[in-house]
Design a protein around this ligand. Structure first.
Ligand code: NAP
Length: 473
């Protein structure tokens, strides 16, 4: 059941927002009386709300504004005439009382952290002794916290509400059914949230069962524009889906994989630094991931997690869109890491002659051997195609340069895998020399389109993803 949590300053506004929330699909509403400045003596006015109602009068210690149990006793007795549920904090003396004709929710909030699963289970089991429904909400700071909530939910029985607060807790609000939670709380509309991570009723209603849940794992991920691109694609195609951001420590990879499985998430992007490490935790890798030696996309097929690499498609589609054919041309790859490997796989597929140059020559030799290429000196710039697959040019590497001089010519195509800035110094120089240039921004969008199509079966529009990428800059 979706419950709209209403926090208005007047009883009249609370009633109106309650009626509106019911009209857009809220199954019940919670009235936060601690927000109402003058509570009317006669609470019958709340009967106008046409769905079951929860009366809540939060204490200071549990995130509200009231502190007097004595004041609240008479109030709750009055509420029990018009409200189907009363929510009382676990540490209030009133939590032991019974109220006629009214179900008692006994609630526990931790606004700072999430404890281990066993403690969550204990908290809820203890609350259940006093309550008709036990409610526990924890602030989710990390993938581990999210994992603890999900693990606890797998052992709990009886009636309970289990919520993860904060951005990472959003998943628990969407997947409340899978967690066995009876109620999920939503804001009546965007901007009227009563807790961190609360989603509005309309959006939550859409993100119901069968929702295509996806996301990105890496460290860092706060800069990633993938959530903007994928969420825009979901909206434009009318797909019931959402893309999350998970900052993960290495020892949390196993936990995030478990979260994907338990919540039935459709897929996940994997970014730096886990493109290789993630392979230890998934079930299989396909040819693209084998060729690239890295997984940047996971697909969940009936709980079988398959690792893939969409960077190869990113290179392929970027060249295709630019109208540049690499077949039978000389191509120089600068770098010998993950992107260089995906690039080599693409060039090899297209029968391009591969040349590789890298700071660490041994790595270039290893890559060249695998893809039948040759190792060349960094000044060897007479190739038809030149692709930078090092981070030089991106934030933190702006001062370094790949070539000291401008050695390009107008017959060349020069690509930089670095997506930000869109035009790196490397591309600037190439452009000055009249070469055809391709930005890493293109590759990023095309690889995202490939991942989206893998998960949903539908090809998103380039312009939708490109606009979403651009708008977040
Ligand atoms: P990686 O696996 O860490 O490889 C980095 C490569 O760059 C290595 O060959 C490394 O040389 C070389 N390198 C690093 N710092 C250098 C420096 N200061 N001077 C010279 N060479 C240096 O990284 P990656 O995953 O391949 O990523 C490389 C770049 O591609 C990043 O900027 C990334 O953002 C970009 N990328 C873009 C997309 C896209 O969709 N646009 C997708 C993937 C990657 P050593 O072997 O000597 O360490």
């Amino acid at each position: 059941m979706i419950c709209a949590a209403i926090s208005e300053q007047s009883a009249e506004d609370a009633v109106n927002v309650g009626i509106d929330s019911a009209s857009i699909g809220a199954d019940l509403v919670e009235v936060r009386f601690d927000s109402i400045q003058e509570i009317p003596q006669d609470l019958s006015v709340f009967q106008k709300i046409p769905v079951p109602k929860i009366a809540t009068f939060r204490t200071l210690s549990q995130g509200g504004k009231c502190n007097f149990d004595e004041e609240r006793l008479d109030f709750f007795r009055e509420c029990s005439k018009y409200f189907e549920y009363i929510d009382i904090e676990y540490d209030s003396k009133l939590s032991d009382m019974q109220f006629d004709n009214c179900k008692k929710i006994v609630s526990y909030h931790d606004f700072l952290k999430t404890p281990p699963a066993e403690i969550i289970e204990k908290i809820i089991t203890n609350l259940q002794k006093k309550a008709c429904i036990a409610k526990a909400a924890f602030y989710v700071r990390s993938v581990t916290d999210l994992y603890e909530i999900i693990t606890a939910s797998q052992h709990l029985t009886g009636s309970y509400i289990l919520i993860g607060m904060g951005e990472l807790g959003e998943l628990t609000r969407i997947c409340y059914d899978t967690l066995g939670s009876e109620i999920t709380y939503a804001s009546p509309c965007i901007g009227k949230e009563t807790a961190a991570g609360q989603i509005d009723v309309k959006s939550l209603k859409k993100l119901g069962k069968g929702c295509c849940l996806t996301g990105i794992i890496g460290n860092p991920v706060s800069h990633s524009r993938s959530p903007d691109m994928h969420n825009a694609a979901f909206r434009s195609l009318g797909i019931n889906g959402h893309y999350f951001r998970f900052r993960c420590e290495e020892d949390e990879l196993e936990k995030i994989v478990q979260i994907i499985r338990v919540l039935g998430m459709k897929g996940m992007n994997v970014t730096i630094p886990y493109k290789q490490k993630i392979m230890e935790y998934i079930d299989e890798v396909d040819k693209t991931a084998e060729d690239a030696g890295a997984v940047n996309c996971i697909m969940n097929e009936g709980n079988q997690l398959k690792g893939m690499n969409t960077d190869i498609a990113g290179f392929r589609e970027s060249f295709k869109a630019a109208g540049v054919c690499v077949r039978d041309k000389n191509s120089l790859i600068i770098g010998a890491g993950g992107a260089a490997r995906a690039c080599a796989a693409f060039l090899s597929e297209e029968h391009s002659e591969i040349r590789i140059t890298n700071r660490t020559k041994e790595k270039a030799e290893k890559l060249a051997k695998e893809f039948n290429g040759t190792v060349v000196d960094s000044a060897d710039t007479d190739s038809d195609i030149i692709i930078n697959c090092t981070p030089i040019g991106m934030e933190g590497f702006e001062k370094e340069s790949i070539f000291q001089e401008c050695l390009f010519n107008k017959n060349q195509t020069v690509m930089d895998a670095v997506p930000v800035p869109e035009i790196t110094k490397f591309l600037e120089k190439a452009k000055e020399c009249g070469a055809h240039i391709i930005s890493g921004r293109e590759m990023l969008i095309y690889q995202a389109m490939d991942a989206f199509e893998t998960w949903t079966g539908l090809k998103p529009d380039y312009s939708v993803m490109s606009k979403a990428y651009g708008e977040t800059r």
